[in-house]
Design a binder for this molecule. Structure first.
Ligand code: TA6
Length: 311
């Protein structure tokens, strides 16, 4: 029953290219590249598996890229149960300029989903949610998916007794919070967007987090970039700071953070330990050349270096 399910509605092959120098309008030859099953929910699944908990990845896959995704999830030892649809799963390219360390991402749109496919997925999720302790919804919506779809899926998994995590943005987040997920991790900008207001002081940000919690969301985490992150859990504010590291690839750090939080909650760790695991996982991801990937040794080492203060 301790299974965690991750949902990736727009699964991808994440390709990470390392380039000596990236110049727009010029020919660039990559020195090396990685191709991994990706899209935010799949990254969450991989990190949960690396942290040692059973996980199942679900969502939609399409075409030969979809075959690649499921085959390689199998090779990585990650259980999966996707709905296959027409079209082609997307490629998400991340080009890392090794001179500046900057990342440039190019994301394909992915397949267009039909109403019939969305219904088929609800049936699949119903079955998985019944066996799951947590269901994590991550990422943007593919074409053809109404903005209220996450809200519908959250209601479905909650009715089956599972805890819902939601990591998305824009309208799907706005509508998704109406279904009251257990956990959300908007960025500062998205918090204000939820209230249709412009970014303001930290005091006002906190006020917004409290209002989200009053609506029934148990845990809200907001990254403040260099200033660490703020989390509100059961009325208590936690300010966390990540250890400083020499980042190699920051794509997927947010997904690794979600994975750490899910594992901490599933293992019923004390709140501070849960947050340390989330931050350590997010930070460990930055040390890996691949997106959505951590080494357990890095996570364990970094855990001891995270600071969590109650305010
Ligand atoms: O979080 C990073 C990442 O997961 C990439 O690996 C890439 O697949 C992308 O996000 C997809 O984001 P989206 O929100 O479009 O699903």
């Amino acid at each position: 029953m301790n299974m965690i399910t991750t949902v990736t509605l727009n699964a991808a092959i994440d390709k990470t290219y390392y380039l000596p120098r990236l110049e727009v309008g010029k020919l660039t030859r990559a020195t090396r590249l990685y191709a991994d099953p990706g899209g935010k929910g799949i990254n969450v699944a991989r990190v949960i598996q690396q942290l040692g908990l059973p996980v199942t990845a679900t969502g939609f896959v399409a075409g030969s890229n979809g075959d690649y995704i499921t085959r390689h999830l199998g090779k990585q030892g990650i259980a999966h149960d996707f709905v296959s649809v027409d079209g082609e799963s997307r490629l998400c390219l991340n080009m890392i300029d090794e001179t500046t360390g900057e990342s440039t991402e190019l994301l394909e749109p992915g397949p267009i989903l039909t109403a019939e496919a969305l219904d088929r997925f609800k049936q699949k999720l119903f079955e998985l949610a019944r066996k799951s302790y947590i269901v994590c919804f991550s990422g943007s919506l593919p074409q053809g998916v109404p903005a209220a779809y996450y809200a519908e899926l959250i209601a479905l998994v909650k009715a089956e007794g599972a805890i819902a995590f939601l990591d998305t943005s824009g309208e799907p987040l706005l509508q998704g919070v109406q279904a009251v997920p257990y956990f959300i991790k908007p960025n500062e900008h998205e918090v204000y967007h939820l209230f249709n207001e412009r970014p303001a002081t930290e005091g006002e940000l906190l006020d917004k987090l409290r209002r989200l919690q009053q609506s029934g969301i148990s845990l809200v985490s907001v990254s403040l970039g260099d200033k660490g992150s703020l989390s509100l859990y059961d009325g208590q504010l936690y300010r966390t700071a990540a250890p400083k590291v020499e980042a190699v690839n920051t794509v997927g750090c947010g997904d690794a953070f979600v994975a750490g939080m899910a594992v901490g909650l599933a293992q019923q760790l004390p709140v501070e330990e849960m947050m340390k695991l989330a931050i350590a996982s997010g930070t460990a991801n930055a040390l890996s050349e691949r997106a959505g990937n951590v080494s357990l040794e890095d996570v364990q080492r970094l855990r001891g270096q995270v600071t969590v203060e109650r305010e």
